[in-house]
Design a protein around this ligand. Structure first.
Ligand SMILES: Cc1cc2nc3c(=O)[nH]c(=O)nc-3n(C[C@H](O)[C@H](O)[C@H](O)COP(=O)(O)OP(=O)(O)OC[C@H]3O[C@@H](n4cnc5c(N)ncnc54)[C@H](O)[C@@H]3O)c2cc1C
Length: 324
């Protein structure tokens, strides 16, 4: 019987594991992919937007070559942190079910084993279901819902659909690498400068505007994507005109949603949040309406890495005190 099972080894799960270890809890982290797998999915070579102090577990540990770390530096830090602290993390093991057997007694079923624990902390992120447009042609092999790298697309006709930072970065990187890139975006998203609403960050927007002025990139004000064909894409512009563009590759980068099924099957209530459905939880303890079930990280309202790391620092000692 573990004291605490932590589901997910992203920044939130690693932070929770570190705090659980410090508090002397008998804990286990179960991760279905790799340590930091959401960061592993970032574009290769990406410089992240957060500052160092928002990304590290202890001040001074993350030492990037420049002001902000790259994907590789961040991933390396998280993996080294788990190894150096000998955190109890099992990777490539997916949690398939969580049942409450009685007070302080849960059964966690994975694809490899069955565990029991006194409390469960969900740190499952919000990347499980990429959002889709639901248009004809979206299943073609040239259509991607994740952007990793530019090299295959040099001189190709690349269309990026989306209004947030990921879409802005993809369009910028493609344009800079020599693709014929078009960013198809709602005008309101392009003109949105409010960081709280997930706009394109100014250090992405400025170089995007430079690429635009050099005519290395086009911005298309979109009403909807009509259809994706083998060699073309059909769009409707904001004035209702239907236009067809030659096209080799499409990136649909319109966000992702958490898989909340494990939680809702346990009886955890959900509500509409700012960016999608979120579990209902106590703002102080991050405990859900099911006693002993806690939620942290990207699928709560503390969605950035800073919040994902900070919340476990506060709540795991409380969980430890309660269990003792
Ligand atoms: C391109 C890009 C750039 C970003 N840049 C930044 C940035 O600069 N700063 C910032 O603060 N945020 C950034 N973000 C967001 C950031 O990645 C998230 O805020 C962060 O990963 C949240 O950490 P987390 O631990 O809550 O979730 P995640 O890192 O998503 O970790 C959740 C983990 O849970 C695992 N998991 C899920 N379900 C199960 C299951 N059933 N069983 C076992 N394991 C499971 C997943 O495999 C995953 O490894 C960026 C996101 C993207 C896509």
């Amino acid at each position: 019987m573990f004291d605490l099972i932590i589901i997910g080894a992203g920044p939130a799960g690693i932070s929770a594991a570190y705090e659980a270890q410090k508090a002397g809890l008998d804990y286990l982290v179960v991760e279905k992919n790799l340590i930091g797998s959401t960061i592993y999915q970032y574009p290769i070579g990406l410089t992240v937007f957060s500052t160092v102090d928002e990304l590290e577990f202890n001040a001074g540990e993350l030492r990037p070559a420049r002001e902000k770390p790259t994907r590789e530096e961040l991933l390396n830090y998280y993996v080294r942190f788990v190894l150096d602290n000998n955190l109890n993390v099992r990777t490539e093991e997916e949690v398939r079910g969580v049942e409450k057997l009685s007070d302080n007694h849960f059964r966690i079923t994975t694809d490899k084993d069955i565990y029991e624990s006194r409390a469960v902390l969900f740190a499952i992120g919000a990347m499980d279901h990429v959002r889709r447009l639901g248009v004809p042609g979206e299943d073609l092999p040239k259509v991607h819902h994740l952007f990793r790298e530019t090299f295959p697309y040099v001189r190709k006709n690349a269309m990026v659909v989306g209004g947030g930072n990921s879409a802005g970065e993809a369009a910028l990187f493609l344009a800079q690498a020599g693709a014929n890139a078009i960013l198809a975006i709602f005008r309101a998203d392009w003109e949105n400068n409010d960081p709280k609403q997930g706009c394109i960050k100014y250090w992405v927007k400025q170089p995007l505007e430079e690429e635009l002025s050099k005519e290395c990139l086009n911005v298309y004000f979109l009403k909807r994507v009509v259809e994706i064909r083998d060699r073309e894409i059909v769009l409707e512009n904001e004035d209702g005109r239907i236009e067809t563009f030659p096209n080799d590759v499409v990136f649909i980068l319109i966000g992702a949603d958490a898989e909340l099924g494990l939680l809702t099957n346990l009886g955890v209530e959900t509500r509409p949040g700012r960016y999608g459905t979120v579990p209902v939880y106590d703002e102080e303890t991050f405990e859900t309406n099911v006693p002993g079930v806690y939620v942290v990280g990207h699928f709560t309202e503390a969605r950035h890495i800073a919040g994902a790391i900070k919340t476990p620092k506060k709540i795991v000692p409380l969980i430890a005190a309660r269990l003792k």
